[in-house]
Design a protein around this ligand. Structure first.
Ligand code: MG
Length: 628
């Protein structure tokens, strides 16, 4: 399979776009005419630049308002096409996209369109070129790939073929299985785009809200399965018009595109093993089972304060690294590493961001398989000779500068803890915290799709719909990704302004993502008592919250007072109950959330989020004040 992407998908000028597209690993590129016209260099130079990047031009597009025009407009359209054929010859590409006409004078008529396309196909063939006809979802007379195929069929010219675009078909809810009856060799090109399910004008939806396959809800996989069933063997190309991608970082948008395309085609290969043979096999999505450790970068007084906070949460210092400034804290199955080294990844992270989470260890069945899938999806492997990285754990660079380690039963993490760390005698009995329930990560709104794609393409995780959460100073868009079985859970919080709690954290930490670590207990009230005995100071929750809670839920007698006394938040969905208790801010501006997740409760207490965020904001330092 040849991978391709349209220049319009990626931000930047043509030079930047091509560099980003090549770096992401694509084989080819669709030249979007506007990008070419805006470029300060002729078609031969552009063709050379593309080939110098190791890319080929898979398509020149779009040629608009061609078919079914009355004279003299018809002759003018043919002249225009001849002119574009000259450009294509200089660029070094043989295929032009003709999208169905939106011209107000277009006459319509399937045979008229077929005659025009046959005649242009003959002209193209004389120059060694081909044309592909695409039904725009808002085309004046042709807006359905089934009609476009009938036109191409009647044109009956070998240089005139069909171009399919998932957005135009799925956006109009046309059954993609109708593609299965089209001969694969008559499909000249396939463009892919997903989109969120929003009811709006088709043209506006297409120009602003398309996104990468898997980032939306259109069902691109079913579309592509139908395409592959036809024995189509041409390029598979991303054509995405998206406001955030236009303003995004070219390299990361291109990398996301590549990731989405590889993940999609792997899904297609698995779903249609009888029809898809030439796709490389990559390991399946990884079953993430839990979080093996969380590593903080910290230093000096902040590291000491972080240690004191961990102690107040019931953690014990259980080991000191034999040769490095690294401490291991433990409670239940939760391991927190505090790295105070002055060299290596943690040190670089601390220099840039201060105290923050720099590494996460994710428990998987096979670390090697996880690394292999991540690499196939375009992730960079991570190597370092210092600190926890020395554990020879397979690791990759995640988003926002984080590092993810894949921990499995065979790669010896237990041995690392026992061999590399000198045990420290444990005094405390803990506070009943058992495991990490979930991580809460923060990002700019423009980066949210990247994060969701990152997790759902690599791991076997489901994403929730996006929710709006009210912060006193703005809106947070929240989405959670949860592994099958619930062992690995992440809540993503995207902010549009630095004035929100999440945005302030992002700004103060220069982009660190982990804002909260949720830890599980089996008995939140026992944990609250144990924490109180250790001097833990919970986030105070206002009386109004509890009054409202009593009105909303039919709570058993005594429970409201216990919740009040312990500053515990409560939620119930169906029959499943959920309890939450928050810390005040830890060094670096992070929070610990303690949760008790009752049977059948699979959410994250989002109903409580506005009140919890308001409570956190009240206690936060005034905006603009330096970090303590
Ligand atoms: Mg298209």
């Amino acid at each position: 399979m040849k991978t391709s992407i349209a220049t319009v998908t990626v931000a930047g000028d043509l030079t930047e776009k091509l560099a980003a597209i090549a770096a992401a690993g694509f084989d080819g590129v669709e030249i979007f005419e506007q990008d070419f016209i805006a470029h300060d260099g002729g078609p031969r130079e552009v063709g050379r630049m593309v080939r110098d990047h190791g890319l080929e031009i898979t398509l020149f597009q779009p040629f608009r308002d061609f078919e079914c025009l009355p004279e003299p407009l018809r002759s003018k359209a043919f002249d225009r096409a001849r002119h574009k054929f000259d450009t294509m010859a200089d660029l070094g590409t043989d295929l032009m996209l003709i999208c169905s006409s939106c011209h107000p004078r277009a006459l319509g008529g399937i045979d008229r369109a077929a005659d025009d396309l046959a005649e242009l196909g003959e002209i193209a063939a004389g120059r060694g070129l081909r044309i592909g006809y695409e039904a725009l979802a808002w085309g004046r007379h042709v807006n359905d790939h089934r009609d476009a195929w009938e036109i191409v069929r009647r044109a009956g010219h070998p240089a005139t073929g069909l171009i399919l675009d998932s957005f135009h078909s799925l956006g109009r809810r046309i059954d993609p299985d109708s593609i299965r009856s089209i001969p694969g060799d008559r499909i000249f090109f396939v463009q892919l785009a997903d989109a969120p399910a929003i009811e709006m004008d088709l043209l506006y939806w297409s120009r602003h809200f398309r996104n990468m396959p898997g980032e939306g809800e259109l069902g691109v996989e079913r579309f592509m399965r139908a395409v592959m069933a036809t024995s189509y063997a041409g390029p598979v190309s991303l054509e995405i018009f998206n406001d955030q991608f236009r303003g995004g970082e070219p390299k990361s948008v291109a990398r996301d595109g590549y990731r989405s395309l590889i993940a999609l085609m792997d899904d297609v290969r698995r779903a249609e093993p009888d029809v898809v043979q030439d796709l490389p096999a990559i390991p399946a999505r990884v079953a993430a089972e839990g979080i093996g450790f969380v590593e903080f970068a910290s230093r000096g007084d902040e590291a000491a304060a972080l240690g004191a906070s961990l102690r107040s949460l019931g953690f014990d210092l259980v080991g000191r690294h034999r040769s490095k400034e690294i401490d291991l804290w433990r409670q239940g199955d939760i391991r927190i590493v505090v790295n105070r080294e002055t060299e290596g990844h943690a040190a670089h992270t601390w220099n840039a961001r201060g105290t923050c989470v720099c590494d996460i260890g994710i428990e998987v069945a096979s670390g090697e398989a996880a690394l292999s899938r991540a690499r196939a999806l375009g992730a960079d492997p991570f190597h370092q000779e210092i600190g926890v990285g020395v554990l020879t754990l397979p690791a990759i660079r995640g988003l926002a500068g984080s590092v993810l380690h894949f921990v499995d039963q065979t790669n010896g993490l237990e041995k690392v803890w026992s061999d590399e760390f000198v045990p420290v005698p444990v005094k405390g009995a803990g506070a009943g915290l058992t495991r990490i329930d979930h991580l809460d990560q923060t990002m700019g709104y423009e980066d949210m799709l990247s994060w969701t794609l990152f997790y759902t393409s690599l791991f076997d995780m489901e994403k929730s719909p996006i929710l709006d959460v009210i912060d006193p100073n703005g809106l947070i868009r929240a989405q959670d990704v949860t592994s099958r079985g619930g062992g690995f859970r992440v809540t993503l919080n995207a902010t549009e302004t630095h004035r929100t709690l999440a945005g302030g954290f992002l700004a103060d930490s220069f982009g660190a993502s982990v804002h909260q670590i949720a830890m599980a207990t089996d008995d939140i009230f026992a944990t609250a008592r144990a924490l109180a005995a250790r001097g833990f100071d919970p986030l105070p929750i206002p009386e109004n919250y509890y009054d409202d809670l009593e009105a909303r839920f039919d709570l058993p007698p005594g429970l409201p007072d216990r919740l009040r006394a312990a500053n515990v938040l409560y939620d119930r969905v169906g029959g499943g109950e959920f309890f939450q208790l928050y810390s005040r801010a830890l060094p670096g501006g992070l929070y610990v959330e303690i949760v008790q997740r009752g049977p059948g409760y699979h959410r994250y207490g989002e109903a409580n989020a506005p009140f919890r965020i308001a409570a956190q904001t009240r206690l936060a330092r005034p905006k603009g004040m330096p970090r303590a």
